[in-house]
Design a protein around this ligand. Structure first.
Ligand SMILES: NC(=O)c1ccc[n+]([C@@H]2O[C@H](COP(=O)([O-])OP(=O)(O)OC[C@H]3O[C@@H](n4cnc5c(N)ncnc54)[C@H](OP(=O)(O)O)[C@@H]3O)[C@@H](O)[C@H]2O)c1
Length: 279
């Protein structure tokens, strides 16, 4: 196997850090693209991107905070230009299932003239342990809108394994992989799985989008964050395409995707859901 130089943008994040570990284990040279890396990479500072991209062979792209936000399309266009100037041979883009705006960004990568794989993922299991849904789990009360939405939760360990293969094996060039778990669960189902695994009472309360927005405003969260959360809960969770279970993980990895109940058991063992960590 040839050792390659691979840039992982968001390389300390939920998917990125798992990919970094796998690529290093395979013997590749990995550069992390993030604001705290050296050289620093910031999606808001395109004038500095060439320093990060220079000397790399391949790039894993996670955009921040989401491909649906205003400015994402232009940023992906700029990154593709920088990648072409640096003679990058492969792009792997993390995109969102059921997210129409993200698909416009996919088109930029697809038509870049560079080999590519699109990894179009459903909502992550790890939103409950490494993201905005951790706090309500710790507090034991999860109040969310879209209680009816059927979500095929996907594990970031599976996403990372697929993305690592996409980065290192040519057979995945030109593919769009839709990554989901093996079944759909509503928020209430997911909360029940986590309560069972952690042997705690965790209550689910269905609320409206309006109530959720008001709660976030009362908590003083920034308006652009509230806009994104409202977008995700209306446009993405309201899109029936999101609910379709895909078999692409099994196709690429030759095994079944990780089930939410196994994620819940493994996460309990890490201690991250121990309410004592709130103190
Ligand atoms: N969560 C979901 O359910 C879900 C589902 C489908 C798709 N997605 C997509 O997944 C992507 C996020 O991937 P992820 O969850 O693996 O990452 P993440 O955990 O959100 O990653 C945070 C990473 O991004 C870096 N970062 C933050 N702000 C940055 C900025 N302005 N410029 C450069 N780097 C920045 C962080 O490092 P520093 O702090 O050092 O900069 C860190 O490495 C988003 O595009 C989202 O749309 C998410």
């Amino acid at each position: 196997m040839k050792t390659e130089n691979i840039l992982v943008i968001g390389g300390t994040g939920k998917t990125g850090r798992r990919i970094v570990a796998q690529l290093k284990a395979l013997g590749h040279n990995v550069r992390i693209g993030s604001r705290s890396a050296t050289p620093a990479f910031d999606w808001h500072q395109p004038e500095d991107w060439s320093k990060t991209v220079e000397g790399m062979d391949k790039i894993y792209i996670t955009y921040q905070p989401d491909l649906a936000v205003p400015g994402a399309l232009e940023a992906i266009e700029e990154l593709v230009k920088a990648a072409k100037r640096a003679n990058i041979k492969k792009l792997v883009l993390l995109s969102g299932k059921g997210e129409r705006e993200a698909q416009l960004c996919e088109q930029v990568v697809i038509h870049s003239g560079i080999d590519y794989t699109i990894v179009r993922a459903s909502w992550f299991n790890q939103n409950f342990s490494e993201n905005f849904l951790l706090e309500p789990i710790l507090e034991g009360v999860v109040a969310l809108p879209q209680a009816e939405a059927q979500i095929p939760w996907v594990d970031t360990n599976d996403i990372a394994e697929v993305a690592t293969k996409a980065l290192t094996e040519e057979t995945h060039n030109g593919q769009i992989y839709e990554l989901t778990g093996p079944r759909t669960l509503t928020f209430e189902d997911a909360v029940a799985e986590m309560a069972k695994a952690s042997n705690r009472d965790i209550t689910f309360i269905p609320i409206s989008i309006q109530e959720y927005g008001e709660g976030m405003r009362k908590a003083g969260l920034p308006e652009d964050f509230i806009w994104l959360i409202e977008y995700l809960f209306t446009e993405v969770l309201g899109n029936p395409e999101l609910a379709e279970v895909s078999h692409d993980i099994e196709k690429v990895l030759g095994r079944k995707p990780i089930d939410f109940s196994d994620y819940a058991k493994a996460t309990v063992a890490t201690g991250v859901w121990d309410p004592k960590s709130l103190a």
